[in-house]
Design a protein around this ligand. Sequence first.
Ligand code: NAP
Length: 332
Amino acid sequence: MDRLGWESRVQVVPYSARQFYLVLPPPTHPLRPAAFARKALQPPPVTLSGTTRVVGLFGYPVEHSFSPLMHNRAFAEAGLDYVYVAFPVPPERVAAAVAALPALGLAGVNVTIPHKEAVIPHLAGLSRTAELIGAVNTIEVVDGARLIGHNTDAPGFAAALRRGGVDLAGQRLLLLGAGGAARAVAFQAALDGCAEIVLCDVAPARATALATEVAGHFAACRTRAIPLVADALRPALGAATLLINATPVGMHAGDVYPIDLAWLHDELFVFDLVYNPLETPLLAAARDRGLGASNGLAMLALQGAESFAIWTGRPAPGESMLATLEGHFGAP
Ligand code: NAP
């Protein structure tokens, strides 16, 4: 026993994608809580060689990202000779970083805040979804030269809903928020045959502009913006079959939703893009009412799975990518 009362066999384990090292008591020691044990993820068995293909993430900052952990485990599981690296790219270097992709032989990168729109002028083309949404979160290097921008948030969102047993076709959607993530949700919902989309945001002009854009492309989907007042929100929720939160509300204790959670009704499926905490007050209310519901973790994993498939041409192990994130977030 040492002075902490541990046996001498302490464990040194990598903690999170940033590879901090934690010294933990042995697994059976009472000082080692279960949550710690879950987070003590083993490093992905990445073997680098002269043939290893590189993919990664352009953002600023990127140190907090879970993507290196999730993708490197997935590459190892799929037996692919790829490695995923986070690149901190300051805004004034976006053009140079994108231009370097073919020269350095990268297969592609993810793009995150603040570069999702800034990369677009430097690309040769966009997928239809990226063009509609006006944001790129995945760049594909085609034939070692041509840069194509994709948005996998949108299909990742649809795949996460399908995983919850929900098809977007024919749904009547009330969408809270009209920011970056809501754009992906709204266009994917319209693409997949949603019957109606009702939008709202603390910035009413933002909601109106998005509704006008979606309606302009998808006449068959009734799309409109409503003000954030009970007289408009309550009937809109009453008529909805799908409620989606694409605002940050629920991330912090004391956050106030634009809707009253007592208005939830039995015809609703509730999807919250927030994944930290895993169960927001909205999701807790949905659970209390016995409604189908999902947090944003599957969307996060499945957008990554879509990017994986674009770069490698192989189906991604989406469920194990989700399991990696669940392990990281301490999901039960
Ligand atoms: P964003 O671009 O800032 O958009 C959020 C929008 O919600 C903004 O227009 C914001 O207005 C509005 N808003 C804030 N509080 C509101 C309220 N009480 N009522 C109505 N509207 C409100 O953020 P984002 O990138 O779209 O992300 C939104 C949330 O989705 C975040 O929690 C993010 O973590 C999550 N997300 C999850 C995934 C996933 O894979 N699961 C992917 C993307 C995003 P103001 O800007 O004026 O405050």
